[in-house]
Design a protein around this ligand. Structure first.
Ligand code: LLP
Length: 410
């Protein structure tokens, strides 16, 4: 079931594969963060990159969430979902001048600036428009987030942010430039952190920097702490810290500074609110193993192939009690060996035609999907209570082909 809806009913109506999200879980996860930071003044800015369907953004925006965007496209999504500009923070290491113009014209809470050249560009664009851009500088605290190397962002060798050692000089530059207003500091050290220690190390450095910058005459009124709190991907042995623990850490390390706190969680809000549902096409006996060939593939959920990530896989219709488990390699139909979701995964006996659910797929699932092998982008469904709605339909082959065009000289 997804809330009170049978997943098999959604599969019958929508076809497989599809993503399905629970409105109740999204709501609960957003509130956990908001409650964990209270009574500090705070804004929970959902990291749109983790799950960007505008129905989900509207649901969260209507609860009062802000949004963290990293591109013009995400900015437009936030606005289309009805989120006001004053609740949208603009992050990202390579904002273009067009993106700056878009956000300055449509309204933005702040830009999290990541380099001196970006600062100069934003100053120029804002001045051209006769606008003042509220900014923080994203600092790189050189902290090891102890997560997968592809999603760690807070070490000095990473492309992100301004080194702490240069921060005061760059803040001085920011204060001297037209069209900019310094409002705070930003930091984000990585994603899927399952230990609070790296956050603590970063936040302590931010506390110290806040005092220094204030002494230098800057009005530091906001601290944007980024996202990154990890989620359990298995039901058994993982117990990452909870939003409540994270909130307590924020209060302990930064609460005395009188700043408004902003956070940018993505995965913790969306990850365990979503499943990818797929049907088994064939059960194929190999020489030394059995393959479950399913109708979802690496283009629909790339995390296992890209990061070696684990997603729990469960049959949608529970096996009879006492059914003996058997090992399967769960693979998609795409023509590469990397299209493998799991190796030697213990599952109850599975037959062709059965539905499987990939758990914890709400974050960085649909948003990272592609049409590789001209497989239509996987549709998305939102469930609330006993009803569901398709929030992104599966494109037809015609729609896909229409996006290409043959030049007149061919
Ligand atoms: N803020 C900034 C500036 C970020 O770069 C990110 C994630 C977030 C917030 C949200 O982080 P979260 O709370 O979701 O951990 N595709 C990868 C994850 C990439 C994360 C990139 N930045 C994956 O599938 O694991």
């Amino acid at each position: 079931m997804a809330e009170d809806v049978a997943i098999a009913d959604i599969a019958a109506a929508v076809g497989t594969p599809f993503y399905v999200y629970s409105a109740a879980t999204l709501t609960r996860h957003y509130r956990l963060f908001s409650e964990a930071l209270a009574p500090l003044p705070h804004t929970v800015c959902f990291a749109i990159k983790s799950l960007s369907n505008i129905a989900v953004l509207k649901l969260l925006g209507d609860l009062g969430a802000g949004m963290d965007v990293v591109s013009g496209g995400e900015y437009v999504r936030a606005k289309a979902a009805g989120v006001p500009g004053e609740r949208i923070v603009f992050s990202g290491v390579g904002k273009t001048r067009d993106e700056m113009r878009l956000a300055l014209t449509g309204g933005v809470r702040q830009f999290n600036v990541e380099s001196e050249p970006e600062l100069l560009a934003l100053s120029a664009v804002a001045s051209e428009l006769g606008a003042v851009a509220p900014i923080t500088l994203r600092v790189n605290p050189d902290v090891d987030a102890k997560t997968h190397e592809k999603i760690a962002t807070g070490k000095k060798e990473n492309k992100f942010g301004i080194p702490l050692s240069k921060a005061r000089a760059v803040y001085a530059l920011a204060a001297s430039l037209p069209g900019l207003q310094v409002v705070g500091i930003d930091v984000h050290i990585g994603s899927q952190l399952t230990d609070l220690a790296p956050f603590e190390a970063a936040f302590l450095k931010i506390a110290e920097l806040t005092e220094q910058l204030r002494a230098d005459g800057h009005a530091i009124t906001r601290l944007d702490l980024g996202g990154g709190l990890g989620i359990p991907y298995t039901r058994s042995n993982e117990a990452p810290p909870l939003p409540l623990d994270y909130g307590a850490l924020v209060k302990r390390t930064l609460g005395h500074l009188g700043c408004e706190i902003e956070i940018e969680p993505g995965r913790l809000i969306s990850g365990n609110s979503g499943l990818l549902v797929s049907e088994v096409i064939y059960v194929k006996e190999g020489e030394d193993r059995t393959f479950l060939i399913v109708d979802a593939a690496m283009n629909d959920l790339v995390r296992p192939s890209m990061y070696g990530a684990h997603h729990d896989i469960v049959p949608v219709i529970e096996a009879a009690a006492g059914a003996a488990a058997q090992d399967y390699d769960v693979v998609g139909p795409v023509c590469e060996t990397g299209d493998t979701f799991a190796k030697a995964r213990a599952l109850p006996p599975i037959a062709a035609g059965e539905l499987l659910a990939f758990r914890s797929a709400g974050a960085y699932g649909a948003v990272m999907a592609s049409e590789y092998n001209t497989r239509p982008l996987v549709p998305e469904v939102l469930v609330q209570g006993d009803h569901f709605a398709v929030i992104r339909a599966r494109p037809t082959f015609d729609e896909i082909l229409k996006r290409d065009s043959i030049p007149p000289w061919l």
